[in-house]
Each structure stands twice: as C-alpha cells, then as structure tokens.
Design a protein around this ligand. Sequence first.
Ligand code: ZDP
Length: 278
Amino acid sequence: MHFTKWQGCGNDFILIDCRERELEDYAAFAQKVCDRHYGIGGDGVLVILPSTQADFRMRIFNTDGSEAEMCGNGIRCFARYLYETGATEKEEFTVQTGAGVLVPRIIKENGEVTGVRVDMGEPVLEGDKIPVTGFGMDRAVNAPLEVEGKTYRMTCVSMGNPHSVIFVDDAEAFPVEQLGTHFEHSPRFPRKTNTEFVEVKDRGHVRMRVWERGAAVTLACGTGACATGVAGVLTGRTDREVDVQLDGGMLHIAWDEATNHVFMTGPAELVFSGEIEE
Ligand code: ZDP
C-alpha cells in the first residue's frame, strides 16, 4: 500500500488514499504503522475517502487506534496533498469530517504553497455537547477540575473533538508527561479529552503544550490551538487573534466575531513517501 508521511508543526501523520479501495481495519492499521520502532512512526493516520456531502472526506485514527472526530494539523496536510497531487485544482474546497464540512484554503506566495488556512467552523461550548459532566448546557469556563488531588481551572471547548484548556504560569515547567493521562482519563470527560497547558505571554501570544487523547504528548495540536484561542477570549486573557507557540512550531488562530468561526493558519510539509504491507 502506498503512503505519504506528512507533518504540521511536528505533529506527524501517515496519509493513505482509500478512494478506490477501503481497508478492513483502520484501527489495527493505525496501531501498527504509527509505532515509531516497528512501524512508519506517526501521531496518527489520515484517510482520504470520497464524499457525497463535500469534495472529499477525511477520517483520522490516533496511535492507539481510536478514531477522532477532527484534526487540525492533519486537515492542512490532507488539503496540501490533494492540491499538489492534482486531485483538485481549486485552492479552496470542502472536506467532510466528524466535525462537519470544513473549508481549507491553500496559501501560495510567488506560486509556491507556503501553508494552509482552514475555516474550522464554530466552537461548541455547551458542557453536554463537548462532553464534560456537571454543566448541562452551560459553559465550563475557569471551572474547577480535580486531578491527582489538586484543583485546576479548566475551560472546555469542542472543535468537533473535546478539549480542556488549563492556563498555567509556566508551560515549560508543567509536568505534562506525568499528569497528562490523568486529565485525559478524568471521569468528567465521558469521551476522554485532549488537554492543553497554556502560558499567556501577552494578549496576542501564548505558549501551549498538549497531551492528546489517544496519542499522549505530541509536538502540536491544531484543534487544541483553536480551543486555546477560544478559551483565551472566554477568560479575558487574549484577543481574538493569537499566535500559539507549540513545541513543534507556530499556528495563527483567529476567532471571528461576526461569523463565530475559528480560522487556523499554519504549515503542512511532506516528509517522505513509500510502500507498506497492509
Ligand atoms: O481528538 C483527538 O483524539 C486528537 N488526538 C485527534 C488529533 C488531533 C490533532 N493533533 C490536531 O491537530 O487537531 C491531529
């Protein structure tokens, strides 16, 4: 099976085109190929499929084989692949995801692709829809969350997938590797959660580290950066446009007041391609 390997801010993916022929077990395939010793290595598998609702459909599987509703860094890689392989000549097109139909736009400078800007749709803030327990249809903003005997303040946002944003004084020093799994598996999150640990530098710049549901520590999370942008506004810490510095690069997030849509802009780079047994 032919594959291409991509990365967006160091968040890396194995991309497979299944428009002609589907795999029997994407979860098992993801667990095998994402392994950094016995497989290709990656934070997840992106699958290209046909769609009756949009130009294309995207599915994403985490390293543990679980399927996520959406992925931000992945959809930029997905879009660049389709544009550069000529699957579409349009610089802006539609993609069906578990978070609805989203719209990536290829960014070009002097004829060269330099990145992708994605209309990520509207953030979901009602507790039961994220889901996080204890809020009904109210928002969870600066709300207490008990983890490992300590109370943190969380702001919860869904970008199709669940996020809990924790503002901290020092992101570099925060023990993400030790505590991340305890946030992911907190009983407050019926579908588990991605967790962002965020230090505000100023109203337009934040430093974010992430523990991802089904993938542990990654160098970047695009939907997480979007959730961070929204949480920064909801808690009065940042403006509606913010640069999010991640371990693996920078993403620009804009939460548009008029449309309530979140726009994410960032890189997408092909690393290599090859063949692998299914
Ligand atoms: O929601 C989840 O289970 C995530 N781990 C999916 C992957 C999210 C991603 N890192 C992103 O950039 O949004 C790809």
